[in-house]
Design a protein around this ligand. Sequence first.
Ligand SMILES: [Zn+2]
Length: 94
Amino acid sequence: MKLYTSEALLKSGCPICLKPLNSITSLVAENAREPMAGDFTICRHCTSFLIFNSDLGIRLLEPEEVAAMPAHSRAALVRAREFYQSEPEPEDVD
Ligand SMILES: [Zn+2]
């Protein structure tokens, strides 16, 4: 599993739960690549649906954006949320 990061992500963390986020990985290993503006993601801690900004920081996806996203993307985020909510939250690492 390849991990990516960005300066903006390291600086901002999750805009909802404010937990630090230090890395990003693709939900689908064969699609792994560096994140781009407009990519969808999910916070591992609070499972908020998020989107990358042009500086590769993240913001909350608005409900209308979730409704308008491709069905396969929404399904992938919902599956990830269900998985993360069933798993214990990782301990914070310094
Ligand atoms: Zn969060």
